[in-house]
Design a protein around this ligand. Structure first.
Ligand SMILES: *Cc1c(COP(=O)(O)O)cnc(C)c1O
Length: 415
């Protein structure tokens, strides 16, 4: 559920007409709903009742400080994958003791910053990373709380770019080597072994891969405890999918939560989860304006909008489907069009051969379910300033990130 609805035919975010935001802030602009974010955070956390759980929001899904601050106030921790995301989370007021640090390649200065901050857990993904983290910790006279990310080798049945638990994946330590890797971690002077972690992929629609992974992880957790490791945290990652309007309906959070609770019943561990997409995807949309329409020789109709693949990369990168609709009252006449951006790439297509209500130049379009992996993946390709971000709350809204300026585009450059 989300709070983007039509009133008298016109699309609103909560009580604010999107047309007003476009008029005052310009386009393209990402618009997020506070009520939807709060609701999603609650629904996810409620789904975990029965587990001693901490939900650590995956900052990479959408890292605006205002969003992070809101989610922190809803009791969420954070899953970070870089020193930059550590900086964001701390700047948003996060308690370091709610932060887990994931990722296959962490730089020494990033490890040091996280050690200085005193984060909850480092999710290490290789034997070599353990050695490096231990060295950094010893130099700082600290002990790094460590979990190893294991690759549980379950097929998450998702897009190959976001499947992470196959045998060919770069992520995690292979299950066959995990006990030896824990032996190594326990022997290193700068480390304190505290947990076990996995993350099997993203936009996963079925509960089954999560249940399979939880079962394998539980068994491994118990084996490692028998090996003498004092494990306290079992981190099962993120990955639960959201409906993008393409006909597929992913499992609901409460079904997911109940299945996990059943699989993990009686396990003496704090359960960490790392939801990203689920929290923000439907809480945000990308507001864009039609620049012009044109016809190709092949009789295709193109609607050229002012948002491109640099603003929303998912369609180009994952062939992802995003629903889009006029902001004004939709006309009854339906047209089959390709909605494209201005970027000089044939991949810059936001919707292909889509049947949508007739649109005219100058009209506003809402690209739905763009809150996750939208702004966080935006770039300056084609020297395009990145969009503004707006957070709506009831009758009011705030620009929580200003649109980039031309000066921003050349910041740090020298002639
Ligand atoms: C991307 C990522 C997540 C979040 O995945 P979602 O599909 O957005 O829930 C969680 N954990 C790790 C380690 C990730 O890389």
């Amino acid at each position: 559920m989300n709070h983007f609805e039509r009133r008298r035919g016109e699309l609103h975010c909560e009580d604010v007409p999107l047309a007003r935001i476009a008029e005052e802030v310009g386009s393209p602009t990402y618009v997020y709903s506070t009520a939807t974010l709060v609701r999603h955070a609650r629904v996810f956390q409620d789904a975990l009742t029965g587990l001693d759980a901490l939900a650590c929001y995956a900052v990479k899904a959408s890292g605006n400080l205002a969003l992070l601050s809101l989610l922190r106030k809803q009791g969420m921790g954070f899953d970070i994958v870089s020193g930059g995301e550590l900086f964001r989370a701390l700047r948003a007021g996060a308690d370091a003791k709610t932060i887990v640090f994931s990722g296959v390649g962490k730089q020494r200065h990033e490890l040091a910053a996280a050690l200085e901050a005193g984060i909850l857990q480092f999710n290490c993904e290789s034997e070599e990373e353990l050695l490096q983290l231990s060295q950094v910790a010893v130099a700082l006279k600290k002990k790094a709380p460590v979990a190893l990310r294991v690759n549980p080798q379950v097929d998450a049945k998702t897009h190959p770019y976001i499947a992470t638990a196959l045998a060919t994946s770069k992520f995690g330590v292979p299950a066959q080597r995990i006990r030896d890797a824990y032996g190594l971690a326990a022997s290193l002077p700068g480390l304190e072994v505290v947990g076990l972690a996995c993350h099997i992929g993203s936009q996963i629609g079925e509960v089954k891969p999560f249940v399979q992974a939880a079962g394998k992880m539980r068994a491994l957790f118990e084996t490692l405890c028998r090996d003498g490791h004092d494990l306290r945290h079992l981190d099962l990652g993120g990955g639960l999918g959201v409906p993008y309007g393409d006909g597929k309906t992913p499992a609901a959070p409460d079904v997911y939560g109940r299945a996990l609770a059943r699989e993990l019943a009686g396990l003496d561990a704090r359960i960490l989860l790392e939801p990203g997409r689920l929290v923000v995807a439907n809480a945000g949309l990308l507001l864009t304006r039609v620049l012009l329409k044109k016809r190709s020789a092949g009789k295709r109709t193109f609607v050229v909008v002012d948002a491109g693949m640099n603003d929303l990369m998912r369609p180009a990168l994952y062939q992802a489907h995003h629903e889009l609709e006029p902001v004004a009252r939709p006309r009854t006449r339906i047209e089959r069009v390709d909605v494209v951006g201005p970027v000089c790439e044939s991949a810059d297509v936001l919707a292909k051969a889509r049947r949508i209500p007739h649109l005219l130049s100058g009209e506003l379009v809402a690209i739905r379910t763009a809150g996750a992996y939208g702004m966080s993946m935006a770039s300056n390709y084609n020297a395009r300033p990145r969009p503004a971000e707006v957070l709506v709350s009831g009758k009011t809204y705030k620009v929580v990130r200003e649109r980039e300026t031309l000066e921003d585009l050349v910041r740090g450059e020298r002639l």
